[in-house]
Design a protein around this ligand. Structure first.
Ligand SMILES: Cc1ncc(COP(=O)(O)O)c(C=O)c1O
Length: 433
């Protein structure tokens, strides 16, 4: 099984789960039951020093019921109620009257999301392409950059398949070469990445494609420095930001990649099947569109690059609403909150006998993606027990390199959930699953 495949491992029977609740005497909640409150309350103003009570009120903006600790942001985040409601309102409006005149506002809303994304990333709207997800963005780059035999792309072993296997497949088709830098564990420090890339960039290298924050073990790469090094050698950079947008206060004006990709449904907590591909204006002439259809965007590169046919515009507008939601809370506060939860997890896991952490314990080298090997415990069984008995959802990563369990907490998680997860892991490590 691929180290990236997360789906399928967790199969739960509702009846078995309800039984386990009865045994455990836990709160009467069943998967899919939803939260007590189904309407958004006003989001409180973020205090200068937010305490747990503030984050509890943020948590109430989500449909997840109290008692369910989902720490799986690296895979899929919940969407807050104001975004769910906006998307539903627009979908109902569109289906009530799907005429062109009634849909003018949806096209305007799509452009408003582009503008919000540009502000969020500190770039211009003319450099933003609204895609379906990171996979699509990565593939639009690997299919769209003109590469020939004798030229090379430099990659990292922990890149997601959409930024690793996709390049390998296209190298077979178009004849260019790929070089892969092994990611070593634990994160050896930025100097390793800078030195290794400096050595591997050759006169043949045309593209450097890496992951800002890896989904495997949460290694944070020195994106700005890597982009600068590549730029000085005339090498294009693709930064996969699936794990950084919405978590880290990403500043593309500083990072200066040629391409940056991300998905709404991960850390930004937006709708599913909406994503972003940033194309630096200096790279507009270096990439071909791979999909040509109707309904392009109305500014900059989107005019030639975003004619993907009919879109789910309420979802695209929902992406903008999700960005507004995060901005209202404060991006720096979200980044700090997630780091705090992640550090609490790391510190707790370090104290559990038999647990081997894959994630760096050095805070500057990781962020909110925590992977560990739970001794000899059966990983899918452990993940299932954590969900069914303890109502903690992480991501099992059985098989492959650095297998184990992954917790990826975000600002909607609470310290009580982290404590609860740690206590449960400690118990299973001591007594078995
Ligand atoms: C680093 C990275 N890139 C790309 C992807 C693919 O994201 P999506 O499924 O939204 O296309 C993922 C998904 O987990 C990821 O972690």
């Amino acid at each position: 099984m691929s180290q990236h495949s997360l789906g399928g491992e967790l199969r739960f029977s509702r009846r078995a789960f309800a039984r386990s609740l009865a045994v455990a005497g836990a709160a009467a909640w069943v998967p899919g039951a939803g939260s007590a409150s189904a309407e958004a309350k006003p989001l409180p103003v973020t205090p200068s020093n937010p305490n747990e009570a503030f984050w509890e009120s943020v948590r109430e903006q989500f449909l997840m019921p109290p008692g369910l600790g989902v720490m799986n942001a690296a895979n899929l985040c919940p969407t807050p109620l104001p975004v769910v409601e906006a998307q539903e309102r627009l979908t109902r409006d569109m289906d009530r009257d799907p005429s062109f005149p009634n849909r003018i506002k949806l096209g305007e809303g799509r452009e408003a999301t582009r503008k919000l994304l540009a502000e969020f990333l500190r770039v211009t709207a003319g450099e933003i392409v609204l895609t379906r997800n990171t996979s699509e963005g990565n593939n639009l780059v690997s299919s769209g950059v003109d590469l020939k035999e004798g030229e090379e792309v430099l990659l990292f072993s922990d890149n997601h398949p959409s930024n690793l296997d996709a390049w390998k497949s296209k190298s077979r088709r178009f004849g260019f070469g790929v070089q892969i830098i092994e990611q070593i564990n634990p994160h050896p420090g930025d100097a390793y990445y800078l030195d290794t890339v400096a050595k591997q960039l050759t006169a043949r290298t045309r593209v450097l494609a890496f992951t800002h924050l890896t989904s495997t073990v949460g290694d944070l790469l020195p994106a700005r420095e890597l982009c600068r090094m590549a730029r000085e050698k005339g090498v294009l950079t693709l930064v996969d930001g699936a794990q950084s947008l919405g978590l880290i206060d990403v500043n593309l004006a500083e990072m200066q990649p040629d391409f940056y990709t991300a998905s709404a449904h991960k850390w930004p907590c937006g709708p599913k099947e909406v994503g972003v591909l940033y194309i630096n204006k200096t790279a507009h002439s270096r990439i071909w569109p791979s999909i040509i259809s109707a309904f392009p965007g109305s500014t900059g590169i989107s005019k030639s690059f975003e004619s993907f046919g009919q879109r789910d515009e309420p979802a695209i507008i929902g992406f903008g609403e999700a960005l507004k939601f995060q901005s209202k809370i404060g991006r720096k506060q979200i980044e700090a909150r997630s780091r705090q939860l992640c550090q609490a997890l790391i510190e707790g896991l370090q104290k559990i006998d038999g647990v081997k952490l894959w994630t760096s314990t050095e805070p500057t080298r990781s962020h909110s993606v925590v992977s560990f090997l739970p001794g000899n415990l059966d990983i899918p069984k452990l993940a299932a027990a954590l969900y069914e008995k303890d109502h903690i959802a992480g991501a099992p990563r059985p098989g492959g390199q650095r297998s184990g369990l992954r917790f990826s907490p975000h600002f909607y998680n609470l310290h009580s959930e982290v404590d609860h997860a740690l206590a449960a892991v400690r118990r299973y490590m001591a007594r078995g699953v």
